[in-house]
Design a protein around this ligand. Sequence first.
Ligand SMILES: C[S@@+](CC[C@H](N)C(=O)[O-])C[C@H]1O[C@@H](n2cnc3c(N)ncnc32)[C@H](O)[C@@H]1O
Length: 326
Amino acid sequence: MTEKFAIIDLFAGIGGMRLGFERTGAFKTVYSNEINKFCAVTYKENFGDDPTGDITKTDAKSIPSFDVLVGGFPCQAFSIAGQKNGFADTRGTLFFDIVRILKEKKPKAFLLENVKNLERHDKGRTMKIILRTLKETLNCNVSYAILNAKNFGVPQNRERVYIVGFRKDVFNGLFGFPIGNKHSELKDILEENVPLRFFISKKRFEGMKRHKERHLSKGQGFGYGVLNPNECSHALVVGGMGRERNLVKDCESLKKHKKDPKFTEKNEECLRYLTPRECARLQGFDDSFKIPVSNVQAYKQFANSVPLPVVEAIAKNMRKILESGP
Ligand SMILES: C[S@@+](CC[C@H](N)C(=O)[O-])C[C@H]1O[C@@H](n2cnc3c(N)ncnc32)[C@H](O)[C@@H]1O
């Protein structure tokens, strides 16, 4: 099948949005932009394109023509002041750069992705400005939905807001978001024979237990958590206790390391972290996706990325509209 529609991949990370669109067979990526050098390494290794760039310093005129803008803009961007001027009020935020590009290039459509909390940020005012600004900038219809990755065939409880817009002359109806009715379980994505380094040392585990007790005694539910293989993982997140909320009990792998001198240093409950490959699978990346960076970077990259099956399902619906449009 020949790809009919050109997309640009902003805040490209490791290309999750791009992959979701390209999987439909109808879209090709003509431009990518990403500031983080480690993401750029992974991106280049997998797609051959170097996305290196700072969107705030990119002249919209230098971007080639395209049909659809896609971007999961960083949630750092919400310092939108006041409610009066929409577009002008977003200056100094990365959302402003998206709008600037929409204004110059007037694409047929866009898909933006963000954290679920965007909907409630600043008592809903931020979302209101975002939606209004998008509508006014592109003379488009805009709709959004909160979708959970776990309904689209990956065992991760990850709710995100997805915002879709179509220029009114392309489509003047209500965009139908996919619902998702495909479920899977954590055990479907777990690796076998996991290396010893992913298992938690006794010393570290003691610290984690103390940390959890301290929080529980204050009535807070924070601390490490062990996943049920028949359920979903929590959302992958960057930093903090993120990785420790998603521990796996894996005695099968651990016992294969009995002869390793470091075996006795490991916790007796066989608890380990998810591997980067398991994180990739939780976002729906195939095992052919290359991971050329350190584990530290890989964890960040997959946590920041998007669930590919959700993006793919949205892209399929967008494709139908684009194919039937003028
Ligand atoms: C939430 S992540 C998006 C990840 C992406 N959707 C993926 O599938 O991997 C946001 C990305 O925006 C990038 N970013 C932040 N500021 C930027 C800027 N000024 N110019 C270009 N990219 C930027 C970050 O480095 C990060 O990779």
